[in-house]
Design a binder for this molecule. Structure first.
Ligand code: PEP
Length: 253
């Protein structure tokens, strides 16, 4: 059985104080959520204090990005994966579409980030997803296949245990336009097939594939009943503890 994952991506929102307040408000609201892994990804500056304040709870902390470089060094503005681990993170989001679109992140960079994160002991949430143009041209699956193979090539069977894939169609992120559960399921099943081709059927069966793109308390249940949807990566609706908790507690809604 794949344990579901519900992860909140706080993007570039919240000061340190606001991050702590939201994390502390979330903690009791999800304390009984044993059915899934609960993750929040604050900005770098808030990560350590949020992780410290959540110690002993069932909420884990993630970075939103990490350097391609494994070792410390002269890389101004970068944060190494091992530094995220040192600050209390257990996960890191890699290859988010905002990084691919606005910071020119390539599949080769995503691959190096995945490798750096795994070697630091983090679990990677690797994002893939097509733009609206790519979908309308009938290229969605080719794009996703390329991103999956480009980001994950060269990983060992052991490394694959530390990979979670998030399918986030770019046209659904922050737009209020969610993929239908059926559209998402179709792509998730495809991702699992591609993963099986590139690795093994067993690894593909164990792979958690999250859906991301305008997930809200109102649409999470319809997504979670799909056979290949193993959780959600949530942006906007994760910024308020109450709405994120409703998504985490989708079974009770
Ligand atoms: C995201 O940032 O990963 C995301 C899915 O955002 P939103 O939920 O706001 O669409």
């Amino acid at each position: 059985m794949r344990k579901p994952v519900i992860a909140g991506n706080w993007k570039m929102y919240k000061t340190v104080g606001e991050s702590v307040d939201t994390a502390l408000a979330l903690k009791p609201l999800v304390a009984n959520a044993n059915h899934c892994e609960v993750i929040i990804a604050p900005v770098f500056t808030s990560l350590k204090v949020v992780a410290d304040r959540l110690e002993g709870s069932n909420v884990r902390v993630s970075g939103q990005n990490c350097s391609t470089e494994v070792e410390e060094g002269a890389h101004t503005g970068e944060v190494a994966a091992f530094m995220l681990r040192d600050a209390g993170a257990s996960y890191v989001i890699v290859g988010h579409s905002e990084r691919r679109q606005f910071y020119s992140e390539t599949d080769a960079m995503v691959r190096r980030k995945c490798q750096a994160a795994i070697s630091a002991g983090l679990t990677v949430i690797m994002c893939v997803g097509e733009t609206l143009d790519q979908r309308e041209l009938g290229n969605a699956k080719n794009v996703v296949r390329g991103q999956l193979n480009g980001g994950l090539s060269g990983l060992t069977a052991l490394d694959l245990d530390r990979i979670i894939v998030a399918y986030e169609p770019v046209w659904a992120i922050g737009t209020g336009r969610t993929a239908t559960p059926e559209q998402a399921q179709e792509m998730h099943a495809f991702i699992r097939r591609v993963f099986a081709e590139g690795h093994t059927a067993t690894a593909a069966e164990a792979l958690r594939i999250l859906y991301g793109g305008s997930v809200k308390p109102e649409n999470i249940s319809g997504l979670m009943v799909q056979g290949d949807i193993d959780g959600a990566l949530v942006g906007g609706a994760s910024l308020k503890a109450e709405s994120f908790a409703k998504i985490v507690n989708y079974k009770d809604e």
